[in-house]
Design a protein around this ligand. Structure first.
Ligand code: FMN
Length: 323
């Protein structure tokens, strides 16, 4: 079992919780729609701006149609290109991630509200778009009740720490929850516990505690995939890693998970800690139980809560002291 130390700067970032896969797909879709919209405007300007002439014919506010014909049409090429630039910027902002996505989503909402002035027909397109944009924005503000409840425990302006751990049968998730609780209760840190598969980006967190249960010598895929998705961002802030797996007294196996060297390198983590795990045969599937029985792996809960809380306290101390 290893303990590795590297020095990391302490990052201070704006609050920014991330949604899961659905939100990522939504962001990608809107990014593509808006950059595609920009391309359409460029094509119209190139092929002939008369295409724009009847755009405001169905506007239900007469002033909109008048302004379109008297202001937009005389400068249609220039304003068409400006529209293209705007839509391109909105698309790129939405794709960019972090606070820029939020700005892009707000601009996209403003765009669709404006579009609705051009007639009821546009409402068939803009109303569903607005519903999806607002839903994406709500995801980005981290409105999930679990997260909101955890945030409510934190002190105003406290350092934001993300605790995330991959688990198959729940034992490692309980370790993550205990680390989060310790960081909140003992150090007043704004600690949020989120499963790795629900994290698209770690923007907004000042530090990260990342862990996984170990199976057949390896970390679970959701934790490794989080490193793949956010490796660069993890390396930019203080990160602590933990693995949970060894069972028995003394806990075995003693070797580190095989992928930990690579994960340490990718995240530039300050430390990797191995905690003993829990094995309850009743929770296992047929294949897992066969392995455990075949290898005579001892059953029981070997997690050392004092050790886990002590490690969380060390993390809190080093974050609070800026070490
Ligand atoms: C089929 C199987 C294979 C396992 N392989 C390992 C292993 O290679 N190394 C290890 O340390 N623990 C191993 N474990 C123990 C688990 O990592 C341990 O039970 C852990 O606490 C489970 O965490 P979870 O409930 O969060 O999934 C294995 C457990 C099972 C059931």
């Amino acid at each position: 079992m290893t303990t590795q130390t590297t020095s990391q700067p302490t990052a201070t970032l704006a609050p920014w919780h991330r949604p899961g896969r659905v939100a990522r797909v939504g962001r990608l879709a809107f990014g593509v729609i808006f950059t595609g919209g920009a391309a359409i405007h460029v094509a119209i300007v190139i092929t002939g701006t008369e295409t724009y002439r009847h755009f405001a014919d169905t506007a239900f506010i007469p002033l909109v149609k008048q302004l379109w014909l008297s202001v937009f049409m005389p400068h249609a090429a220039l304003l068409g290109l400006l529209l293209a630039a705007f839509e391109l910027a909105v698309g790129l902002l939405i794709l960019a991630g972090g606070p820029r996505t939020r700005l892009g989503l707000l601009a996209a909402i403003a765009f669709h509200l404006g579009l609705m002035l051009f007639g009821w027909g546009f409402w068939f397109w803009s109303v569903p778009m607005l519903a999806m944009l607002v839903a994406l924005l709500r995801c980005d503000f981290g409105k999930r009740p679990g997260i909101a409840a955890q945030a409510a425990d934190a002190k105003e302006g406290a350092m934001r720490v993300l605790i995330t751990a991959a688990t198959k049968h729940g034992a490692t998730a309980e370790i993550a929850a205990t680390i989060g609780q310790t960081l909140r209760d003992q150090a007043g840190l704004d600690a949020t516990v989120v499963p790795p598969e629900k994290i698209a980006t770690i923007d907004g967190y000042d530090a990260v505690v990342l862990g996984s249960a170990v199976y057949a010598g390896h970390w679970l895929a959701p934790a490794k995939e989080l490193v793949d998705r956010t490796g660069g961002a993890l390396a930019d802030r203080p990160v602590w890693l933990f693995s949970s797996g060894p069972v028995g007294d003394p806990p075995k196996p003693e070797e580190d998970p095989v992928d930990i060297a690579e994960i340490l390198a990718a995240t530039k983590a300050r430390e990797h800690r191995v905690f003993a795990g829990k094995l309850d045969k009743r929770q296992l599937g047929f294949g897992e139980r066969a392995i455990v029985v075949g290898l005579r792996v001892p059953e029981g809960d070997f997690r050392d809560w004092a050790e886990i809380k002590g490690w969380a306290s060390q993390i809190a101390h080093s974050l609070r002291s800026g070490a």
